[in-house]
Design a protein around this ligand. Structure first.
Ligand SMILES: NC(=O)c1ccc[n+]([C@@H]2O[C@H](COP(=O)([O-])OP(=O)(O)OC[C@H]3O[C@@H](n4cnc5c(N)ncnc54)[C@H](O)[C@@H]3O)[C@@H](O)[C@H]2O)c1
Ligand SMILES: [Zn+2]
Length: 372
């Protein structure tokens, strides 16, 4: 990663009185306290939430820069991984806030991946009916996806033992998203490339030119070059912001285009633990392109170009050898399915997708078969 100073890029998210800025830079964590006090004037304290992998390296720096600006700041550590997204963990954070004597001048700051962001955001949304919330995402997936858009949640452990993802949650916009691409240098390779799948997704759903940019920047991205990352992350945030601005609370259906590849991916994730989310999304996007091809919606070139880019980024594109009946069953359970027929986001070309309401299951099955 190049050490030279880069400009800080700003992406505005326009949502009326819930508008906020996304700032993207390299090595900008040290200035966080100042930006926080400018963004949330009157803030007197902060609870900085981080997980086992982000607390020491990034959580502590955030606490010191916030404290240096005169705020009372404390670090709260949660376990790493999906198991932290539980009501019990939320409760522990409520206790911390209570002991801090938190009120609406207390900011909740999430320093970590999507898990920390979703959990801390949910706590911020619900404690005292809402505390100011700031995201400092440290995974690529959180920087281009989870930290933008205002969805917060914990998973629900149902009485039958089933864990339902993101069932308990709230739409709650942050006051600021602060992205330091330097934090990505410690991210494990698989986690990093998992985020790259979501990057590719933005190109496929809305921006062919950006897809071309990613194709050109493959080498820089694989080296985690700061300049390439800042540009690419900023464009992803712009695209996500654009979609969220058009359909903030998932009411018009437009926001669904962000789910390209996700119905296939959720089925893969439900049936095997061999894939990270982004890896499953990569495979799912190829299966979606194949489905679109079988329906005559898109030429073969769409899938070929998508597959080459995913492979160049070291992402999987081949469907795992899972039982297709079980895959379809899991896809049906996905909330995007209506009455036996599948509702899928399918590419028309690179840069444009369509939500197809009634995809026959046989076509999806054939697409999976051909993608193996
Ligand atoms: N709110 C949304 O709109 C939205 C969108 C997409 C995903 N999500 C949620 O996000 C979660 C997945 O997010 P994720 O992929 O970031 O997973 P994660 O938060 O579990 O992070 C992945 C791993 O990387 C570690 N880590 C984080 N930053 C690091 C760094 N800089 N260096 C080294 N290790 C680091 C974490 O401790 C964890 O072990 C899921 O729970 C998903 O539901 C939410
Ligand atoms: Zn995703």
């Amino acid at each position: 990663m190049s050490a030279r100073e880069l400009d800080v890029l700003t992406v505005p998210v326009e949502l009326g009185d819930r508008s906020y800025r996304i700032l993207i830079g390299h090595g900008i964590l040290a200035s966080f306290g100042r930006v926080l006090t400018e963004t949330v004037p009157g803030a007197t304290g902060a609870l900085v939430v981080a997980d086992e992998n982000t607390a020491e390296q990034y959580g502590r720096s955030v606490v010191s820069t916030v404290a240096a600006c005169g705020l009372r700041a404390e670090l709260a550590r949660v376990p790493a991984g999906e198991r932290a997204k539980r009501l019990e963990q939320a409760h522990l954070l409520y206790e911390r806030l209570y002991r801090l004597g938190a009120d609406r001048r207390t900011v909740v700051v999430a320093v970590g991946g999507g898990v920390v962001g979703d959990l801390a955001g949910f706590v911020a949304a619900t404690f005292a009916r809402g505390l100011p919330f700031v995201q400092v995402p440290t995974t690529l997936l959180a920087q281009v996806d989870a930290s933008v858009g205002g969805k917060t949640a914990v998973n629900f452990e149902a009485p039958d033992g089933l864990v339902v993802k993101n069932l308990i949650g709230a739409f709650y916009q942050p006051a600021l998203v602060y992205i330091d691409v330097a934090t990505l240098k410690t991210l494990p390779h698989r986690e990093y490339r998992s985020g790259l799948a979501e990057v590719v997704k933005y190109g496929v759903i809305l921006d062919e030119e950006f897809f071309g940019t990613v194709e050109q920047k493959v080498a820089g991205l694989l080296e985690r070059d700061a300049e390439a990352l800042a540009l690419v992350i900023a464009r992803c945030c712009e695209i996500k912001a654009q979609v969220v601005q058009a359909d903030e609370r998932e009411q018009t259906g437009y926001r669904a285009i962000l789910n390209l590849g996700h119905t296939f991916a959720h089925a893969i994730e439900a049936l095997t633990e061999d894939y990270l989310h982004g890896e499953a999304v990569a495979i799912g996007m190829v299966a979606a392109a194949r489905t679109a091809e079988l329906l005559g919606l898109t030429p073969r070139e769409t899938r070929e170009r998508l597959t080459s880019l995913l492979r160049a980024l070291d992402l999987p594109a081949q469907f795992p050898p899972l039982d297709i009946t079980r895959v379809l069953q899991a896809m049906r359970r996905d909330k995007k399915a209506i009455g036996g027929r599948l509702r899928l986001v399918l590419p028309v070309r690179i840069g444009e997708v369509r939500v197809v309401e009634e995809v026959p299951e046989e076509v999806a099955a054939e697409a999976i078969r051909l993608s193996r």
